[in-house]
Design a protein around this ligand. Sequence first.
Ligand SMILES: C[S@@+](CC[C@H](N)C(=O)[O-])C[C@H]1O[C@@H](n2cnc3c(N)ncnc32)[C@H](O)[C@@H]1O
Length: 110
Amino acid sequence: MVKRNLIEHAGFDEGVSDLDLAAGTGTLSIMIKRRIASVDVTCVDGDPKILEIAERNAREANVRVDFDNAMATNLPYPDSTFDRVVSTLFFHHLNKYTKSQALLEVFRVI
Ligand SMILES: C[S@@+](CC[C@H](N)C(=O)[O-])C[C@H]1O[C@@H](n2cnc3c(N)ncnc32)[C@H](O)[C@@H]1O
């Protein structure tokens, strides 16, 4: 329900580029691709093992998603790479300092 509502409000149009921050097993990204296939989706997560699961899930769902292993506080993208950055069930994992650092990175890459 949370993910469905987020997708409704994110205003995805054809060809928008989207980063799923701390994407976990890729559930949100797969939902986005199923809703609008032309959205260019990248999953980033700090855990390489969970990304392996996400890659498998995307393959099984037959959707094309890119995957990067990186921390939210140090994203491996140039400034203004994405049109949207979305994230679910993630920010409560961070303390006040890392939350600020991650949000600075979000503003930088968007
Ligand atoms: C509860 S899961 C949520 C996954 C997904 N966003 C979802 O809604 O299903 C939290 C995820 O955050 C990732 N994570 C935790 N701290 C992180 C950090 N500092 N940078 C990147 N990923 C992180 C974990 O590896 C995990 O996949």
